[in-house]
Design a protein. Sequence first.
Length: 475
Amino acid sequence: MFNIQVYNSIAKSGLSKFDSKKFNISTEVVEPQAYLMRSHKLHGQPIPSSLVALARAGAGVNNIPVEEYTERGIVVFNTPGANANAVKELIVASLLIGSRDIIGGIEYANALIGINDFAEMNRLLEKEKKRFAGEEIFGKTLGIVGLGAIGSMVANLGSSLGMKVIGYDPAISVETAWQLSSKVKRMDSLETLLSQSDFVTLHVPAIPSTKDLINSKNLFECNLYAGKYKNFKGPLTVFGVTGPGWVYVVQAFPNPLPIDGIRQINYGNKLIDPDPVPQFTYALAYPTLPLDVTFFGFETGWKHLQDKYELSMNFSYFNDDDLVDKRKKGERYLNYLSATDLSDSVYIDYYDYANIYSNTPNLKGSLSLTYFDSFIKGLTTVITFKGTSPFDFVSGYFEATEEGKGEESQVGQSWSVNPGQIGGEIYSDIDLVYELNSNINIGFSIKNIFETQAPTFPLSPKIPRYFLLETGYNF
């Protein structure tokens, strides 16, 4: 009769495999020949002289002093892959919870339990649901460190969910490699994997060689991005008018529609109004203008810099040279219309671009420095700087351009004087958050330290320097 000491809860379906005539299995055994366990910690526990073997239900052995057991001739077994499917499902659940803020949505819904008015509840849910939408994992990059029994299953499932899957495992076995989907791309280093991943999952044993696998050196990240606009929204333009009559816009439009020509108004497939549109009603649209506008930039961050700091930066460049070139040609065609230069008639194709501006700075960036336990323990200080290059801004009759600085609006509105380009200033905040205890946080902020107008648009209220005191309670 062999005595087996059982630690933790072991499934009956597993214990029933042992012949009761040959094995005495119990949680209290005298002179056990074997241990059967899960996560019970054996470090510092006396080792009986009768023990010859130990079986761990799981892959990790960090709860077992393997070297000490080996020196005494005790064989330590583990069972990698035994719970791989269960862990895989938990990983995917965590992935969805993290990307979709499901917990935040549940907490918000629970906060509405006391509302009995269905219409009011529906209004609140519709208003706030976007807060918890998160983002799709489809098309995102999943980085998997450790492609063993669990990691390979997570990789295959991630690929099935439409994710781009990359993996790193310097000791991957041939058997596991055969189990991996051909879509899983192998990375040569952990740093390469971290730099390309949107989500990272670790499947490695907790042993000395894997300690600090993720550390301050590999938490530096740098993402490059680029894009291109092939079309741009043009000025508001009349494309139809109901009824005859002489007004400038009608006269300029060669084929006005007849009375009651527009019979009804639809929004998609939904009928808004079945009545005929009144005469002298203009149908307006923003035409689509072909352009070749590119933008590119980078964002980078270094977390746990010297243990107490985090640094993040974001810079982007917007190249609208093609738009500027076409606008200049459109302006030259306007010269032809005013008979100042008849040779400019060749630029007729650029007429629609004459007053089109990107309303976007060519260069913008931000820099943020976080200092943990600053001055006193529990106090976090964040200093943020944001800025843009000067840029032209034109919307309707309002113009803020370098070329027209000081001029009044074309409609004679003296209150609307062209102030020149906007931007070109630095905006800065200081935020301090003190963690009073595990539940209560107190925050103090100084906003717009330099009293600049960098974050405002023309005609919007100016932002003064102001102070903000906040407190929060974590339930």
